[in-house]
Each structure stands twice: as structure tokens, then as C-alpha cells.
Design a protein around this ligand. Sequence first.
Ligand SMILES: Cc1ncc(COP(=O)(O)O)c(C=O)c1O
Length: 387
Amino acid sequence: MSVGFLHKELEQIKDAGLYRRLRRVESDQGPTLLIDGREVVNFSSNNYLGIANHSGLAAAAKAAIDRYGCGSGASRLISGNMTLHEELENRLAEFKGTEAALVFNSGFQANTGVISTLADEGDAIFSDALNHASIIDGCRLARAKTFVYGHNDLTQLEDELKRAASFRRKLIVTESIFSMDGDEASLTEIVELAEKYDAVVMVDEAHATGVFGAHGAGVVQKLGLGDRVLVQMGTLGKALGGFGAYVAGSRGLRELLINRCRSFIFTTSLPPAVMAMAMAAIELVKREPERRETLRNNCRRLKEGLRKLGFHVDASESPILPLIIGDAGECMGFSERLLEKSVFAQGIRPPTVPPGTSRLRITLMATHTREHIDRALEAFQAVEESR
Ligand SMILES: Cc1ncc(COP(=O)(O)O)c(C=O)c1O
């Protein structure tokens, strides 16, 4: 078979202005990065608390390798269930205030696996229109009917819940802090609707873990909804600085996932170093609340500065700041010109965001200094003035 289709498809992507390429980072993941031999300030990371290069995490990982070696050798249900996996899960359950937790190899695998385990033929899933690709793919994998409601549109959600009265199980899935917009879902109201219409709720706390709530346990915990949400999912690779993901909830949920969840069952378990890093990260996040405070102050400083420059900036409390440019080409051009001025703010285009809403996704870190933020503001001003 001719492989000309590869080139054809790539041409189509280029023609649509949606071609993507990998950028190589030559340094560790700090508030500044070395890219193509140049130091740039990093406003494109989910390492919100700045601990991805923390010496405490590295020391924990090294000690775990010394004691347990590098790989786990098998999936959890074969011989890959090591002491560290269970120890981390106990710490995660304690951190989240749930009965139990289960570790996954990534947030992507957690979402696809959990959703397709909980919803099957005859069931209904209600998914926010701006949910992450991994949630969308989880809905695709599940044989249930998916109702997509407008972003945080509770009226539409309620209408759909009413229409779906005859379905067996009903699962509402939402992010708590939306990854590309940084806004917060109306979780209390969503939980109330779920209770009114006999549905269960799954919350993706990928961008809230470590950042929101007491000790950084997330928005569900901040709102006191832990007992009313069936699944709290989050990642270990963003604010927690490492890799992997977790699902927190009841013992029954954990048991069902161990028995049924294909993305948990049919994959080699995470290696010891990753478990040890995550445990060190949880302790650090609890012990150093000042990181969250500094992160918040950094957000305020950048947002105020951008507002003064005439940019439209939302009022959310999250470290994700979307600057909507609209056109994909223009957005990438803006991002490139910022990079020429040593400021890295990644442009985000469809299909990651809806058409016509291409944006610079600016993310703050606790380890940004005033100088970093001032440098960004100068660059934004210069690029905007030259448009
Ligand atoms: C909301 C959301 N859920 C899930 C994921 C996937 O998590 P991971 O990077 O651990 O696969 C991401 C990360 O991009 C995300 O933004």
C-alpha cells in the first residue's frame, strides 16, 4: 500500500495552520528553560508549585532505585504490585480524605479507563463541552450514550438529566479547574443536580491537585464535597512535579477498578522511583503552603499587569491564564514573537480548543520571581504594540 497518505494528511494539517512540532528543552524544568541554547522564562508548564526539579523529590527517587531497583517488571495484578504502590495509595487517600486511592500510569489512562469501567451499554454520561481529550476518549470507549452539555451550563445539564431518566446508570464528568480556560466548575450545583436525578459524579482535579484546597487536596475538598463525589481523579505529573495519576474514592470503587478497569489491568505498573517521588511531593505540598500563596501572588501580579496593558483577563483564581487571540496563525505568531523576547507562552489551537478560540495559555509557577513576571509584561506590551 502506498504511504502517500501520510504526506497528504500532513499537507492538510499545514494548510489548516494546525501543524505541530516538538520543541526541545535542554535544561531541567524550572521557571526558566534552555531552548535552542537560549534561556527563556517558562510560562508554559503545569509544574505550578515549581517542584519538578526539587532536590527532595530527586533524593526520594534515588533512594527508591537503590532499594527497589528501576522497573516494576509487570502489571499490578501479576508481580508488579510493590510495597511502594500501596504505600503511595494510602498516603493519597489520607491526602484526599477518602477511604481509598488507586494509582494509574497517567491521567489519560485514568480517565479513559475509569469512565469506560463505570459506564456501559444502557448507561448515560454527561460531559462538559470543554472537558479534556482523555475524558472525551473515555466517553468514546464506554458503550454508553454521551450527552455533551455546554460549558458549565447547569440548565442544559438538568434538561439532559431529565431526558435521560430511563437510562440505567448516569455519570456526570467534569474537570474542577478547566485545563485550557483556568475557570472553576460549579461543583456544588453539579453535585446537587446529580443527587436530584440519581446520577453519580466524577471530577478531574488534574489542574487543582496541589493548588486548591487545604494542603492542596483540590476543589472537591475545598468545597467539602468529598462524600458526595464518587470519583476524584488527579495527576501526579502537574503540580506534584512527577508522573502518573490517581483515583480517590471508596474502597468499593478501588476494588471495582482493580477488577474491571482495562487501562489499570493491562499495563506495566509505575516504577519505584515514581512512587517515591510522588510521596515526597505530597509531603512537600502539605508542608509548604507558602508555595500556594506565592503562586497566587504571582497570578495576581501578572493579571493586574496584563489588565493595565489593556488585555482582557478573567477573574479566576487559578494559575492558568488564557489570552484569547482567535485565529490559529495569529496566535502562533504572537507566541513566536514572545519567544524571540525570551518569554515562552505556548499558543494553543484546535482541536485542543474550539475553532476561533486559539489562545496563549499562560501558566504561572510559585518559583517565578518579580523579574520574571515583569519581563513577561514588557514582552507582551512590545509584541502587542507591534501587531
Ligand atoms: C484535565 C486533564 N485531565 C487529564 C490529563 C491527563 O493527565 P496526564 O498528563 O497525567 O496523562 C490532563 C493533562 O494534560 C488534563 O489537563
